[in-house]
Structure formats: structure tokens, C-alpha cells
Design a protein around this ligand. Structure first.
Ligand SMILES: [Zn+2]
Length: 380
């Protein structure tokens, strides 16, 4: 029987060399050239593993990469899907300022947790499976995108296409900060925009000839605020407003951008209808409402719970505690789960401070995650 943890431990140096190499290439989402460079490197690594690699050219973002392998026994079963992102939230220069270093069993560096370690674990894991004749009896697809940190606007179709007919998906994002828990429920994320058109007039001389877009928007914001139902997981936040043209002019226009998070598809449909059916109260104003849920909720279906349970059992067998949690944040797991594919999210790493100063991973646990990833691909 394969000792997965032993096998992972024997590749620890190789794993951390690759993590360091990836962290040292800074990849803020907005820098296409930097992300193109790292996706070329990822493509070469995947090619070296015999994958059929496709680079998907992008205009605004870095190119995305997909790779696929046939099953070791030629089976045409449903495939395993592995998803990760190459971009980070950190601007250039962060590496120089924060550094890449080891301290007290943790490796620190910008993007190490979210999610260069998860990318390295994928590549090293596949290599070890291949070198040891442990390749699974089902086809494998890997997708690395470069725009996840801004909501995967350009890679969404690719994520969805890769998920078609997948047996399961492993999303190599970090586990929930702290315990490193698998994320088995993610909120759906919607973004809406409300534009109010009113009528300008001199505020002192002819107020009755105007129609205040700001007054109307204020009323709609209060209405939106009333849609919050935190106990049931619904949050509605008017996060940005703008409007008006001068202190002494009745404002002819006003805009708001709204962030909406929900737990279920039913809630998403209901809140979207409520937002879209808002009507203006101030005479002479009109509303234009746009936007949608660009990340559907990831619900904890029985199939998804079963997948998480297997991973948790295996991790415990290796001597590492693994748990599951729900989260308000979204990821590409929302997309694969919405395609009906049981998705294990948060498998990549355990660490602290994602998107924040002092971002790090636990070194010992990273070896566990490598063992877990290989065991999962081999066994699921
Ligand atoms: Zn991430």
C-alpha cells in the first residue's frame, strides 16, 4: 500500500523550490505581461508531465492555461478537474518589501497562501503520481486562470466548459484562514448598479422645477438596506455612491454600486427580482438597474459533503486534522459547483493572512496537502 505521506515528504524540497519560484514572479491581476509570463511557465511544466496543453490568449488579462491527460487505462470515464489561479492581489514591489522567508515552521511571502503553494502542489503532485505509476484510472483536466482575484470575468466560460462532465473538482485555493478548513459552502456574489436620472435646476431659485436624483437614490438605498437578512446569510451593501454636479444645483444624476451575497440559488433569484422591481418615488426621476449574480452560490449538496468527508477522513489518517466551514467569499468553486460538479475547495494550503501583511503557509501541513491531493486523485 502506498504511504502517501512518506511519498509527499520525500518531495518536500522539490515542492518548496517550486513554491519559491512561483512566489518570486509577482503577478498582480492587472499586469497582463506578468501573468502571461507565469502562465507560460505553468504551461511548460504541465507539458513536461505529458499533458495536452492549451494556452487561451486574452486581451485584458493574462493568458489562461488548460491541460488534459487521458486515463492510465484508456478509460473514458468522467474526468477529474483541478482548478487554480496564477494571479495575486499584491502589487509589484510587495515581494521586496515583505520578503520570502521561513520562520517558526511557516513560509512567508506575498501570494504564497493565495495561492502559489496550491499551484506548486498541483504540479508536484501530478509529477509524483506519474513517476510512481500511480496515475488515476480517469482522465484529468487542469485549469490555471489569471483573473480569479477580480471574479474570473474572462475565464468564467473556460471554468464552466472544463467542468462539463467532470466527476469532481479539486479547487486548490487555501483553506479557511486559521484552521485551513475545506470550504463546503460559499455565498453567491452579485453586483448591481443603480443609476438615477433626475432634473437639474437652481436649488435656491427654482427648486420646484428640479427632480433630485440624490434624494431618489437615498430612498432606494434605504430600501436596499432593508433587504439584509444576516441570520439567513443575505447581505446587501451599497458600497459606492456618486452623484450631483454642484452644491447649489438640484442633482440630475446619481449612481450606486451594490454588493449582494446569498447562501442559496432561491435567495439569489428572489433578491435579484426585488432589486430589479424597485420603482422611483420622487416625481420626475427614473431608475436604471443593471447587474447580476456573477458567482452563483455553492450549496452544500449531499455529493459535495460526501467528497469533503472523504478528504477529511484521509487527512485524519495522515495525522492532520481537517475540518469544513462555510464562507462569505467566492471562488471558482462557485462556478464548478453550479455546474453540478461536487467541488472540494480550500484543499491547497493551510496558513494565515490571505490578502494581508504576514501572509504565510504552514510548512508541515503543505506536505500533508500534497499527500492528500495525490491520494484524492488516485482514489476518487
Ligand atoms: Zn485565491
Amino acid at each position: 500500500m502506498t504511504d502517501w505521506l512518506d511519498l509527499a515528504n520525500s518531495k518536500k524540497n522539490e515542492l518548496f523550490e517550486l513554491i519559491e519560484m512561483l512566489v518570486r514572479i509577482e503577478t498582480p491581476t492587472s499586469d497582463k505581461a506578468a501573468n502571461d509570463r507565469i502562465s507560460m511557465i505553468a504551461a511548460d511544466l504541465l507539458r513536461s508531465l505529458g499533458g495536452e496543453v492549451t494556452v487561451h490568449p486574452q486581451i485584458e488579462f493574462g493568458d489562461h492555461v488548460t491541460a488534459s491527460w487521458a486515463a492510465s487505462n484508456g478509460s473514458t470515464d468522467k474526468h477529474a478537474l483541478i482548478v487554480g489561479h496564477l494571479d495575486t492581489v499584491w502589487p509589484h514591489g510587495t515581494l521586496e518589501r515583505m520578503g520570502y522567508y521561513e520562520e517558526d515552521g511557516r513560509m512567508y511571502g506575498p501570494g504564497v497562501l493565495d495561492m502559489k503553494a496550491g499551484i506548486a502542489t498541483t504540479i508536484i503532485g501530478l509529477r509524483v503520481l506519474q513517476d510512481n505509476d500511480l496515475w488515476p484510472d480517469r482522465p484529468i483536466k487542469v485549469l490555471f486562470n489569471t483573473d480569479e482575484e477580480v471574479g474570473s470575468p474572462s475565464s468564467r466560460p473556460l471554468v464552466e466548459e472544463s467542468a462539463v462532465n467532470a466527476e469532481y473538482a479539486l479547487i486548490m485555493e487555501p483553506g479557511q484562514a486559521g484552521a485551513g478548513a475545506l470550504k463546503t459552502q460559499r455565498k453567491g456574489l452579485g453586483e448591481f448598479r443603480i443609476s438615477v436620472e433626475g432634473k437639474a435646476s437652481h436649488a435656491g431659485a427654482f427648486p420646484e422645477r428640479g427632480a433630485s436624483a440624490i434624494h431618489e437614490l437615498a430612498l432606494r438605498i434605504i430600501e436596499l438596506q432593508g433587504m439584509n437578512d444576516w441570520a439567513n446569510g443575505i447581505t446587501v451593501n451599497t458600497g459606492l455612491i456618486s452623484g450631483g454636479s454642484a452644491r447649489n444645483t438640484i442633482p440630475a444624476s446619481a449612481d450606486a454600486t451594490i454588493d449582494v451575497r446569498v447562501r442559496t440559488n432561491e435567495q439569489a433569484a428572489r433578491i435579484e427580482t426585488e432589486i430589479r422591481s424597485m420603482k422611483p418615488e420622487i416625481a420626475g426621476t427614473t431608475l436604471t438597474i443593471s447587474g447580476s449574480f456573477h458567482r452563483p452560490p455553492m450549496e452544500r449538496t449531499p455529493e459535495l459533503a460526501e467528497l469533503a468527508e472523504k478528504l477529511i477522513d484521509w487527512s485524519n489518517d495522515f495525522g492532520f486534522e481537517l475540518t469544513e466551514e462555510s464562507t462569505g467569499g467566492g471562488s471558482d468553486a462557485n462556478l464548478t459547483a453550479a455546474m453540478g460538479v461536487p467541488s472540494a475547495d480550500g484543499l491547497g494550503s493551510k496558513g494565515l493572512n490571505p490578502h494581508a501583511e504576514g501572509e504565510n503557509i504552514e510548512i508541515g501541513e503543505q506536505v500533508n496537502r500534497l499527500a492528500l491531493f495525490m491520494k484524492a486523485l488516485h482514489s476518487l
